[in-house]
Design a protein around this ligand. Structure first.
Ligand SMILES: [Zn+2]
Ligand SMILES: [Zn+2]
Length: 339
């Protein structure tokens, strides 16, 4: 079968053996796989030198084979969404303080999911969520981009930033931000979408943002009271700096994107930290339950993936280059994994 492989930062498509599912795992025939910015960073070794042999962690497919015990969680023929945002989605123990506390991603025994750019993929069956027919194959990016945006928007409730509050979404037209705009509007927030260029701002407006603006104007917002919370989806450090500037005193800073390591650290002077009294948290991916809720929202038409590029597996290296240069808006998907 065909599958993407990475050697020394070089992505290529290789002919490999069909994998056999181990205990509690299922083999899924992939029908659509989303291209996430994390795949690009990982393939190019831009995150602290982390190297992976393959990539891809958001997909839709059909269950074709079950390992021992997997029948408790799924059945052959089920149409499922898989990936859970990659990190922590590959295994969790279910019994440690983190698993029982609702953060299985932090489980010391946790494993990630990487490798959905392949005709067949074996996955921990507990992580699978069955899809209704009304959610099409083009919604594969819900498995990471959508889930991550949903997890970040849910954090607002947890930190008492309630509907009606003003939320800055930095990177509003991007692969994750475009979900966050739709979700935050659905939950009743006043959304300020921040992005670069007319085309991207027009897209954020179309998605429902109440106001859209370039970073320069958004920084000025902080001087006029500021946003109650900011969600940082930009995978570049200036987006993080802007987030701090945009916030009101006592506001909530939710970091989501991870810029390449060589861009340096987030900087906030202890004086500003004291004076502004902001809360800073990181939000990444979500749980199986979050995924189920998001699938329900998609089935109700409340959130949809904007697909800016569709390609067969053989064009994946080219799609990575286009993602790096911002050549398309929204998300890319690979819909023919055999060619
Ligand atoms: Zn991802
Ligand atoms: Zn655990």
């Amino acid at each position: 079968m065909q599958a993407a492989r990475i050697n020394d930062g070089q992505l290529s498509i290789a002919d490999v053996e069909v994998p056999t599912p181990e205990a509690d795992h299922a083999r899924v025939r992939i029908t659509s796989a989303g291209v996430c910015h994390s795949d690009l960073h990982l393939a190019r070794g831009e995150w602290h030198g982390v190297n992976v042999p393959s990539c891809g962690h958001e997909a839709i497919g059909i269950v074709e084979e079950l390992g021992p015990g997997a029948e408790r969680f799924t059945s052959v023929g089920d149409r499922v969404i898989l990936g859970l945002g990659g990190t922590g989605g590959g295994y969790w123990c279910g019994a440690c303080i983190h698993c029982l506390g609702g953060e299985p991603r932090l489980c010391p025994e946790g494993k990630g999911i990487m490798g959905t750019f392949a005709e067949q993929f074996c996955v921990y069956a507990k992580s699978l969520v069955t899809l209704p027919d009304s959610v099409g194959d083009h919604e594969a990016p819900l498995a990471c981009g959508g889930l991550t945006a949903y997890g970040a928007v849910k954090k607002l409730f947890k930190h008492q930033i309630n509907p009606g509050s003003t939320i800055g979404i930095i990177g509003a037209a991007g692969g994750l931000g475009h979900y966050a705009v739709q979700l935050a509007k659905n939950f009743g927030y006043n959304v300020v979408g921040v992005d670069l260029g007319e085309e991207r701002l027009a897209f954020a407006k179309e998605l429902g943002a109440d106001q859209v603006m370039e970073p320069e104007e958004a920084a000025g917002l902080g001087r006029q009271g500021g946003a109650d919370a900011v969600l940082i989806f930009a995978a570049a450090k200036p987006g993080f700096d802007l987030g701090i500037k945009m916030l009101r005193r006592g506001g909530l800073f939710v970091a989501v994107g991870i810029p390449p390591t060589d861009q340096g650290n987030i900087e906030i002077s202890p004086w500003d930290f004291f004076r502004k009294g902001i809360t800073m948290i990181y939000s990444v991916v979500g749980t199986v339950q979050d995924m189920r809720e998001l699938v329900d929202l998609a089935a109700d038409g409340k959130v949809r993936s904007h697909i800016g590029r569709t390609a067969p597996l053989s064009e994946l290296p080219q799609v990575f280059d286009e993602l790096a240069s911002g050549a398309y808006v929204g998300r890319a998907i690979i819909t023919d994994l055999a060619n």
